[in-house]
Design a protein around this ligand. Structure first.
Ligand SMILES: Cc1cc2nc3c(=O)[nH]c(=O)nc-3n(C[C@H](O)[C@H](O)[C@H](O)COP(=O)(O)OP(=O)(O)OC[C@H]3O[C@@H](n4cnc5c(N)ncnc54)[C@H](O)[C@@H]3O)c2cc1C
Length: 382
């Protein structure tokens, strides 16, 4: 396995790092305070090929590998976890899904638009009673004429406030569990679809999370992604990719926390010395750096595997667990090192703490990752 980046991957990372530093970082505090979806920044990211990073050029994407995608998400998330998460949803959970499972008609209608930012995508799996227990879908898809009627309510649909299209999961009936669930690609301007903004989220604010109400939404059979009843195959494949990308986001958030902590350690003096001269502080800095680098190895391994294998469930869950928890610990240690200097609304340290916490929930909680990892290793690995 290669650990070094190729010259092209390094060049791409530098381009994204410059974009993040000049265009994204100056906006992060305002996005957090306003909780408004940053449409203009998403367009700026799209102009740099960040909305369909792994979608082939021929289909309107940037045609890059998964390692490059992970590098890009880390760079953007180091400046704004919110923009990082917006990219993850659009790339892993929608554009890649349309490319992998869509019919020619679905690809023609949506792929180039999603990859260029002319359309924004969302992914609606979770329900009030179906988070970790995602198979407990109460949204139903009942046969109706040549197509289906969708009825139910989805929660925490990220990008939902601005999205033009969503991958929506629905069950054939209440007892269907995972086997009877189908995935549909649904334009969000159809009659019967209503969005209700998620109330005052703690972190990754501006992600445009909504509840999506489906009141007998009529969709044609051509809206199906993969076949009828194949929805969980779609979800699992998509979540493999999203977990790698959320892990990369954890590296970015963790790195931002590391930089905040290091700066404070160098400048804050007590007892006549910068606090960074004290071993108690140095060890925390050392632990943040080591845990992030360890997680980075898992992220790069998972991303490299995604480029060559259809399913990378074990690698993706390990990377997601390690990187999101490393980010959380980095943000917590940064707050400890800043003490009262961080403990105020509006500081970078407090935003990072709230943002890092979200990464341990989205695309499956840490407990869910541990369940997946345990099942995979018990079955003998990938
Ligand atoms: C910011 C944000 C964005 C999101 N974006 C999306 C999105 O775009 N699309 C989407 O579909 N969903 C989205 N979600 C929803 C997310 O996927 C769920 O919140 C997540 O899967 C956890 O589900 P839950 O919140 O219902 O927790 P629950 O499933 O109720 O879990 C509660 C607690 O119990 C633990 N737990 C549950 N079952 C077990 C078990 N068997 N063993 C051990 N522990 C267990 C969990 O780990 C957790 O700690 C988002 C959530 C957030 C916070």
């Amino acid at each position: 396995m290669r650990i070094e980046l190729t010259p092209e991957q390094s060049r791409f990372r530098k381009t994204v790092r410059d974009f993040a530093a000049t265009a994204v970082a100056p906006r992060a505090a305002e996005i957090d305070a306003s909780d408004l979806f940053p449409r203009d920044l998403v367009s700026a990211a799209a102009a740099r090929g960040l909305l369909g990073i792994t979608v082939p050029d021929a289909a309107g994407g940037a045609g890059r590998d998964y390692v490059s995608y992970a590098l890009a998400v880390e760079e953007v998330a180091a400046a704004s976890a919110t923009l990082g998460a917006i990219l993850v949803v659009n790339n892993s959970l929608v554009a890649e899904v349309v490319h992998r499972f869509g019919t020619d008609g679905q690809k023609d209608a949506w792929l180039a638009r999603l990859a260029s930012g002319r359309a924004i995508g969302a992914f609606a799996l979770s329900e009030a009673q179906a988070g970790t227990d995602a198979a407990r879908q109460e949204t139903t898809a009942t046969a109706h004429g040549e197509g289906y009627l969708l009825r139910g309510r989805k929660v925490w649909v990220a990008n939902g406030a601005a999205a033009d299209v969503a991958v929506i999961f629905a069950a054939a009936g209440p007892a269907a569990r995972g086997r009877g669930v189908s995935a549909f690609l649904v334009p969000l301007d159809l009659p019967g679809l209503t969005r209700e903004a998620t109330d005052d989220p703690l972190g990754v604010r501006g992600l445009g999370c909504v509840d999506l109400r489906l009141d007998d939404v009529e969709v044609p059979a051509s809206a199906l992604l993969a076949g009828s009843g194949q929805g969980f195959d779609v979800a699992k494949w998509a979540l493999d990719g999203a977990r790698i990308a959320i892990a990369a986001e954890g590296l970015g958030v963790g790195r931002a926390a590391f930089e905040v902590a290091l700066r404070h350690a160098r400048t804050r003096e007590t007892f006549g010395h910068p606090i960074g001269e004290y071993q108690a502080i140095q060890w925390q800095i050392a632990d943040i750096a080591t845990e992030l680098d360890a997680a980075r190895m898992l992220v790069l391994r998972a991303a490299a595997a995604r480029d060559v294998r259809e399913r990378v469930t074990l690698e993706a869950s390990m990377a997601k667990l390690a990187a999101s928890e490393a980010a959380q610990r980095a943000a917590d240690r940064a707050m400890r090192i800043l003490a009262s200097a961080g403990y105020r609304r509006g500081t970078t340290a407090e935003r990072l703490l709230r943002d890092a916490r979200a990464l341990e929930i989205v695309a499956g909680t840490s407990e869910a990752q541990r369940m997946i990892i345990a099942a995979q290793v018990a079955a003998g690995g990938p």
